[in-house]
Design a protein around this ligand. Structure first.
Ligand SMILES: [Zn+2]
Length: 302
């Protein structure tokens, strides 16, 4: 029987370690990536594959948890260089990979002039190289079966993938952001799709699965699955109350961001975690703006 390898590749986003991961699944014949990162790190990804002796022809599956550019931006660019690869995308995200214009204008509103430097070019994915993945679908890759689990909350176009052979859950952003060697879990809640109720339902789905390890894109693999998910959910809800109260008091956007930053960083100090790496994966600005949008809609504010 062949050995199943699951290997984390650090994409060295903007030159920083521990920001964005891709996972290489390899049985010696068939190779797959779960998450591909943005185009700005795609050359690094190809170099890392070659350094591991993975011939580019062997990479047949590019699976992304959702279409945010830090997870999926490189798909089209990579398909041009990986002749036998297919892209696997959530049904809601798939049209925006074929025609990225709306994805790009939405991201431009958040990142402005930083777009190119952060993410690089976003090449459209040809329809014929796109596999649209249904909820519950099982895909056979690299000697194992990955089960797709529809997990909205962070984004509507989000799947988590359970590797049924190893119990590894590739969780994208629905299981939060956490750095190696720390316990602290930060909820990434960017606008415009944050949906706290949907997120809680997604976490309930994940708790019902036979998960041995959670593989986060930001950043790494963790075995204390139940504690991790409990902490994420508690903080998601706690920050929701914290931001709701400030929004109802009418604080400005910049004050909301600053107050959440002070609050979050104090929590991190108490758990002995360093905020800087977390800020690369999920900065307070987007987190605060995501909650603000969620609450304005929910509370019927303008
Ligand atoms: Zn995301």
């Amino acid at each position: 029987m062949s050995t199943l390898q699951t290997e984390l590749i650090d994409l060295q986003f903007l030159g920083y370690p521990l920001a964005i991961a891709a996972y290489l699944l390899d049985d010696g014949t068939d190779a797959a990536l779960v998450e591909v990162g943005p185009t700005s790190t795609a050359e690094t990804l190809l170099r890392e594959l070659q350094a591991r002796g993975v011939a580019l022809e062997r990479v047949r599956h590019l699976i992304v948890t959702h279409i945010h550019l830090d997870h999926a931006g490189a798909l089209g660019w990579l398909l041009q260089r990986l002749p036998n690869a297919m892209a696997y995308v959530h049904p809601i995200g798939a049209p925006h990979m074929v025609d990225p214009s709306r994805l790009l204008s939405s991201a431009s509103r958040l990142y402005g002039e930083m777009m190119e430097r952060l993410w690089g070019e976003v090449v459209p994915v040809p329809q014929e190289r796109l596999h649209v993945v249904r909820d519950g679908e099982r895909i056979e890759v690299a000697g194992r079966t990955l089960r797709a689990i529809d997990t909205p909350g962070h984004a509507r176009h989000h799947h988590a993938y359970l590797d049924e052979a190893t119990g590894i859950l590739f969780a994208g952003d629905v299981a939060g952001v956490r750095m190696p060697g720390t316990t602290y879990v930060r909820p990434p809640t960017p606008p415009p799709e944050l949906d706290i109720e949907a997120w809680q339902a997604s976490l309930a789905k994940l708790r019902a699965l036979p998960v041995q390890q959670i593989a986060l894109t930001h950043f790494g693999m963790f075995s204390d699955v139940e504690r991790h998910l409990d902490e994420l959910e508690a903080r998601l809800l706690n920050w929701a109350v914290f931001t709701r109260d400030l929004i109802q008091q009418g604080v400005s956007e910049s004050e909301l961001i600053q107050r959440l930053r002070d609050y979050g960083n104090e929590e991190m100090r108490q758990q002995g975690a360093d905020p800087s790496n977390y800020d690369l994966g999920a900065g307070y600005e987007l987190i605060a703006l995501g909650y603000a949008r969620y609450w304005r809609k929910k509370l019927g504010l303008s």
